[in-house]
Design a protein around this ligand. Sequence first.
Ligand code: ADP
Ligand code: MG
Length: 657
Amino acid sequence: MVNGAPNDDAPLISLRGIRKHYGGEGGQPLVAVLHGIDLDIHAGEFVAVVGSSGSGKSTLMNILGCLDRPSAGCYRFQGQDVARLDADALAWLRRQAFGFVFQGYHLIASESASENVQMPAIYAGLPKDERVRRAQALLARLGLGERLGNRPNQLSGGQQQRVSIARALMNGGHIILADEPTGALDSHSGAEVMALLRELADAGHTIILITHDRAVAAQARRVIEISDGRIVGDSARGDSTDGSVRLPLAPRPRNAAAAPWLAELLEAARGAWRGMRLNRVRTSLTLLGIVIGVASVIVMLAIGEGARRKVVEQMGTMGTAILYMGSKPPATGGPAGQITEDDLAALRELPEIRRVMPVIGDPVTVRYGNADKQIYVFAASEEMPLVHRWRPALGRYYTEAEDRGLAPLVVLGHKAHRHFFPDTPDPLGRQLIIGNSAFEVIGVMSERGAESGAQDYDDMVFIPYRSGRARVYQAQTQPDYVVIEARSAQVVHAAEEAMRRLLIARHGGREDFGIGNAAARIQAEAATRESMAVMLGLIAAVSLVVGGIGVMNVMLMTVRERTREIGIRMAVGARQGDILRQFLTEASLVTLVGGLAGLLAGLAVGVVLIVSGVPVVFSVRAMLGAFACAVATGLVFGYMPARTAARLDPVRALAGE
Ligand code: ADP
Ligand code: MG
């Protein structure tokens, strides 16, 4: 059947020389429990194994049910040597062939009667609606049709035992192994359970009943007596059928991938959710690390991005190749220098430099008709639109020739246009009085928008540098400052050095000017931001690790608390992989919830920051990344506890050790 040649004449179960001992290693005393059991059981038999307490009945049953392996001897199931089966094959055999009924019922306390009954079918891969229907039918047949949703603690002992019988029948229950099924019941409920077992035997199920009570044993068709690990009596073989009856077992799946992982995953997630709700305080404390980690990643990246955008905005669209220069008293003392037209002409000759734009700007009274206003009058060379990467929306900008010819021309900023000509969409050709001179409007700049820089360029007017000096800023002997554009961002430093050398030479060895490097400022800020990001990344990583250790701790506790549940799941046929997946799912569900909470906390903090004026830009990628990290933490730190659970020995787990 499993593999190897089928043997049609073999009994269903055949034990030869089965021995079992405990201990014997690590200084523990060797306890021999079974001393060579020979036993054949045929399909359809109703066998009672009777013996006093401690005689080895349960040990025998665990071996028969493939929950435990014998220390010596041979167990053949339908002719197949069970010793050759691996853990998954044994799980398959338990799932398909056996149904267990225990003295202590062994129901899962947190699940309803119907869910308890369905469990073997989940591991067998039965679709959900079929599973639910079958569990209902079985429970109804056993008189529990009204109790489907009850938890075990809402049922009497007799009812709980009937639920466990329904569970044993869920996957067919070809062989029912009942260990003291009436041991914990009053005589009436006990009689009911025995009547049920007799009914099942009549219906063709093979029943192996284990009891210390001779009166109970007498109800079976064959009674085997066991004493001190030896069979000391066997009533004549009963009315059993011939050996050729074979169990119609569902085929064993070839590979683990064929397992119904989605149903199991949902099942595990449901169980995990339930467990988390039961342990709300513990779970939320554990999750703090994950929440803080995820929230800090999200908030800090958002702040970093906000800061970066703000810098870029402040720099305008001027790029990273811009230098500023102005006269300034030298550090060694003495008067500030004079930046002359010849200095500017010499600077223009430097190979690293593309443009040199002198600027004079001050608030000046500007008039049109009756309207006048103090407005910033920006006098610069015709290169202003190129340096600022800005275009007129209407009309044109002045040319170099016009600048040289001291032409009285003015280009308006967007707001200046609205202020002086609110009703004139096209003010070209009108005359503005700036200071005491008339300037002709030849253009209107496009709207530059709210820049967070010191000046609002939309609220200015622009005039040629030379006519500005001649007509408005007569007292000015040199530019307020000079904007220099290097050929590229790469040569900015070289340009700065070349300028400094040239001007020092021209100024008789005195450094009576200052050079501001916008590119250097951006680079410095970028470096600061980067080191901040690294630090925050470390904080986040540490809190995720701490959170992960918390999750591992809680999962280890969970595994300990639920050892018996794990044993029950194994007895009804869960593979090791099923148990592993269940606890991994629980761990990652915990961290998933933590990740979600962290995400919400991060967003909330971000919103508070935005409201209080801190520039914050959320990044979806950062959120997804932080979230994925949280789930990965669950998988990594949940693995060890889940593996511990999966490797539990079914018998010891059932005993709750
Ligand atoms: P029964 O079910 O007939 O009452 P058991 O099969 O449970 O008896 O136990 C038989 C003997 O084996 C007992 O003496 C018990 O102490 C011993 N025994 C059972 N399990 C273990 C174990 N895990 N380690 C050591 N001794 C054990
Ligand atoms: Mg026992």
